[in-house]
Structure formats: C-alpha cells, structure tokens
Design a protein around this ligand. Structure first.
Ligand code: ADE
Length: 246
C-alpha cells in the first residue's frame, strides 16, 4: 500500500512512521509512506497556506489553491492508481473498525490534513471520504491522520507478526476484547484467573468469550446490537444482565 499525506508539518510523521510496526511495515515492503509539505505548492515569499475567514470570525482557514495544486501534482503519475483521498475533520464520518477495514483495501491513500479553524470548503471536492475521530477538536490534522494510518496499516496482511492478532482483538467480532494477563501469576496479591492456568483450552475459550460479552454489556452495550452472537452468548448475557439488575 502507498500512503501519502499532505500537510503543513510533514516532519510530525517522522517519529510515528519511523518506529515499531509502522517502520517494520515499510522495511518489509508492505507499506510505502511519503509526507508532502503543502507549502511546496505556495507561490508567495511567506509560503502562505491560510487566510482570514470570509464573513469574519476567529482563526485562519486553509486556502484551497495550494491543496488543489498539490493534489494535481501528487496524482499526476499515470503509472500509480488514483488514491482514495481522506480528509480529517470533526465534521466527518466517525472512524471505526469497519472504516479502517475499508481503507485498508485501497492500494493508495492520500490524507489531507488541516490545521487552525479548518479548510476552505471548496477543497472538500477532492475528498472521497472525510473522517472524524470523535466529538472533540484537535489542533493537528496530522495527529488525526496518524491514528487512522496506524489502524489501517496493522490490517494489511503480513504487517502484524501474529496474523491472528488483528482478527481476534476488540471490535473485529463486534465485541470488546477479553482481559489479558502475563507472568507473574500473582502480583501484589492479585492473581491471574485459575482457568487461564488450567491448560483446558475449551474452558479458556469459553471464559474469554464470556469476559468479552460481560465487558461489552457493561461498557459498550450499543455494540451488542450488531455483534455476532450465538445461542450460548445470548443465554450468558441474559443471566449476566439479570444478576447485574438483581
Ligand atoms: N481535526 C480536528 N479535530 C478532528 C477530529 N475530531 N477528527 C478528525 N480530524 C480532526
């Protein structure tokens, strides 16, 4: 996969993209990453990328001309597929595991990252999707894009060491992940649940499933509506919710 970003602080990506799994994905050849500087497509002495909002108000708005010029230059190479272009904004589609999976199927992603008060609305004509991380405002679109990039790249086949990792964890089955433990078995009086030391794989699988169900019911009951549940899951949830309300 080719991932490109267009922003005013391209060096913000150095640490995240140069470390750990993001770096390994590039070393393995599963990912190519390029961070473009939007200022390279400005034409004035100050390399201006923003201006006052029409209609008045606080802050600055990112100009659309450098964004269009950059987009046209970045996508000019006919040998490369046209990118899926992702804008980041609190006014976008909520980011979740399903959207991460969708984006991970694209051969090429281009993230356009704003700063300050926002981006001139006309630039959104270039967006295939606008993504919001949640109901809060970040100062840096780069930061938002890095969260999306991380969640997407770990879904590329071969990127995670343990192939099952991305499938088994939270959300993939529509539930929160069960609790995990490692050595020591007892720490300051707090012990690992006996079942995990039992060697009984069927019992461990059932315990983990029930922990996922209980956690989801307690913390994110909204997820249960779309989760993939069988009859044993439903029975467990009925009992769990009855005893919680008793
Ligand atoms: N840029 C600023 N705030 C954001 C948010 N919540 N999600 C995505 N991009 C953003």
């Amino acid at each position: 996969m080719l991932i490109e970003t267009l922003s005013t602080f391209p060096n913000m990506y150095d640490s995240v993209m140069g470390t750990s799994i993001m770096k390994r994905a590039q070393d393995k050849g599963a990912l190519q990453f390029r961070a473009y500087d939007l200022r390279d497509w400005t034409h004035d002495r100050h390399r201006t990328t923003d201006d006052d909002p029409y209609g008045g108000g606080h802050g600055l708005v990112m100009k659309c001309e450098p964004i269009f010029e950059a987009y046209e230059a970045i996508t000019r190479d006919a040998a490369l597929p046209k990118p899926t272009t992702v804008f980041l904004s609190p006014c976008g589609r909520s980011f979740d595991d399903a959207l991460a999976t969708e984006l991970s199927q694209s051969e090429r992603l281009l993230f356009v990252c704003g700063h300050y008060e926002g981006i001139d609305e006309r630039a959104y004509a270039l967006a295939d999707v606008t993504v919001s991380l949640g109901d809060y405002v970040l100062t840096s679109g780069e930061l938002a894009s890095m969260v999306v990039i991380d969640a997407v790249v770990r879904k590329i086949p071969g990127v995670l060491g343990a192939e099952l990792g991305a499938v088994e964890e939270s959300f993939a089955g529509g539930l929160l992940e069960y609790p995990q433990y490692t050595r020591p078995a007892s720490f300051r009086g707090s012990c690992v649940p006996d079942v995990l030391l039992s060697g009984n794989h069927a019992a461990i699988a059932r315990w983990r499933r029930e922990q996922s169900l209980a956690r989801t019911a307690q913390l994110r009951p909204d997820l249960l509506r779309c989760a993939d549940l069988d009859e044993a899951d439903r029975r467990f949830l009925r009992n769990f919710l009855e005893s919680a309300h008793a």
